[in-house]
Design a protein around this ligand. Structure first.
Ligand code: F0G
Length: 469
């Protein structure tokens, strides 16, 4: 969709990420790339002309008005930090009321001090994943420009989120593109239930994203993938809430799974802005964790030294990497289907985030992911496999001595446990057929944290015996 609705504010605008281009566009333009050079876009603000509180504590006062939706939403109660939309256009379903939890049990598993590990539980969002933070912002912009139809490609959570916003607001028809056989059932069921037109593309996520971008360019359909810069504005609020949970202190580390790299990009932007505005005095380090079967960022950064380079990252290196990937027909493959992505669209933005946050990238195996996921759940926090990558990543970084036991670490649990029950059941049940189908092809051969059910006769004595009473 390309449309322009003049928005009568010059305090917010879209700006090309590339410093050698730097083209700017009105907030009323619908764009997912720079019209001049094709680069990614940021939403930029002229903060001098906007009200910015002098302390993050100022936001606490909004809680006393929590009967008002925009003061209650965990995204829009930070509206002053993403001031691109007038209040009357905001599409909110009360997203972002997600807590930061301290968890000594998981801290022990990763080897940091008992009070030093925190989980930002984004699975508690209305559609069960962090995507709602971004979708409220994208839906708001879609409303500002008068869109009638929204679309996305998805590994499942974006589509669930898009569909819930279209369904609750009643403002948009929506269509979702998913790879066939590549989506966890919890997520597929949401898109279908909320009434999204669902296209199962014969291909994977990378194919589905390429197709939806083409269709949205040619037709009046508003694209809500994370190439949409407005979406990422909403996702910044996850970091505001992490700090809120720490009494407005900055942790030492933020750890996040890396898929399309929207989250990590938005976190980098959030901290960069807060620092520029004088609202924080230091920036945490960022660890982006790839699945080993979908490790484009990790390989490019760690093996090929790709970096932000002040906005002049090596485009030829990236092009060659994808060229070889295509020539070898290498496809992403991981049990953490949410991050089964080989062509992360926000790659360059994530490089900026790594630079801003002195970040690191690691990849973890599916075995490490499912074990970490089981450990998180065993301590009461149900999350899907992709989120487990964070804890597997912290373990690795502890072993390397990069994260210290005394560091305060906040991991983002991006999606809820009930998104992917098949995998959880395969892990715990100890059923050889299920494990051979689901776990072994991904290299998962042991389930050390399985809590297998005990099969027992329908007989009280047998039950008492099984209980060891
Ligand atoms: N965790 C979960 C649960 C996700 O659903 C995703 C992405 C990520 C992590 C990766 O986040 O893309 O910002 O790096 N899911 C997308 C989707 C791709 O279609 O639902 P990212």
């Amino acid at each position: 969709m390309t449309a322009t609705v003049p928005i009568r504010t010059s305090e917010a605008f879209q700006k090309c990420l590339s410093p050698s281009c730097g083209a700017t566009f009105d907030v009323g333009e619908v764009r997912t790339s720079c019209g001049d050079c094709g680069g990614l876009l940021d939403i930029t603000y002229d903060w001098r002309r906007l009200f910015v509180p002098d302390s993050l504590r100022w936001f606490e006062a909004k809680w006393s008005r929590r009967n008002e939706l925009l003061a209650r939403s965990g995204v829009w109660r930070f509206h002053e930090l993403l001031p691109f939309a007038p209040p009357e256009k905001i599409v909110s379903i009360g997203e972002g009321q997600t807590p930061l939890h301290s968890t000594p049990g998981v801290a022990r598993y990763v080897g940091v001090g008992p009070d030093n590990l925190y989980l930002q539980y984004e699975g508690m969002n209305p559609s069960g994943s962090f995507k709602d933070n971004g979708m409220t912002a994208a839906s708001t912009h879609a409303r500002m420009v008068g869109a009638k139809m929204t679309a996305c490609a998805s590994t499942g959570n974006t589509s669930a989120s898009l569909a819930i916003y279209a369904g609750v607001s009643g403002l948009f028809q929506c269509v979702v593109f998913v790879g066939s056989g590549k989506i966890a059932y919890g997520k597929l069921s949401q898109a279908l239930d909320y009434g999204a037109k669902t296209l199962q593309i014969r291909g994977d996520f990378d194919d589905a994203l390429a197709r939806v971008r083409e269709v949205c360019e040619q037709h009046p359909i508003y694209l809500c993938n994370s190439v949409n810069p407005f979406r990422l504005e909403g996702q910044k609020s996850i970091m505001y809430r992490v700090m809120e949970g720490l009494g407005w202190q900055v942790p030492d580390w933020i750890v996040v799974p890396g898929g399309n790299l929207g989250n990590s990009s938005s976190f980098g932007k959030a901290f960069q802005e807060l620092h520029q505005l004088g609202l924080i005095d230091r920036i945490p380090r960022l660890a982006i964790i790839n699945a080993a079967g979908a490790d484009t960022l990790e390989v490019l950064v760690n093996n090929q030294s790709l970096n932000w380079n002040d906005g002049r990252s090596d485009a030829d290196l990236i092009r060659d990497f994808y060229g070889t990937m295509d020539a070898e027909n290498r496809r992403a493959h991981t049990l953490a289907s949410a991050i089964e992505i080989n062509r992360p669209v926000n790659l360059v933005k994530a490089l900026r985030a790594l630079s801003v946050c002195n970040g690191v990238v690691r990849s973890v195996s599916d075995q490490e992911i499912v074990d970490a996921r089981a450990q998180i759940a065993a301590h009461g926090f149900g999350c899907e496999p992709a989120s487990g990558a964070t804890i597997a990543g912290v373990r690795q970084l502890r072993e390397e001595g990069i994260i210290a036991a005394s560091d305060r670490v906040a991991c983002v649990l991006t999606g809820h446990q009930l998104k992917d029950p098949d995998l959880t059941v395969a892990y715990h049940m100890g059923d050889p057929k299920r494990q051979a189908e689901k776990l072994h092809p991904a290299g998962v051969h042991s389930t050390p944290f399985a809590n297998s059910p005990v099969v027992v006769d329908n007989d009280t004595n047998a039950i008492v015996k099984a209980l060891g009473l």
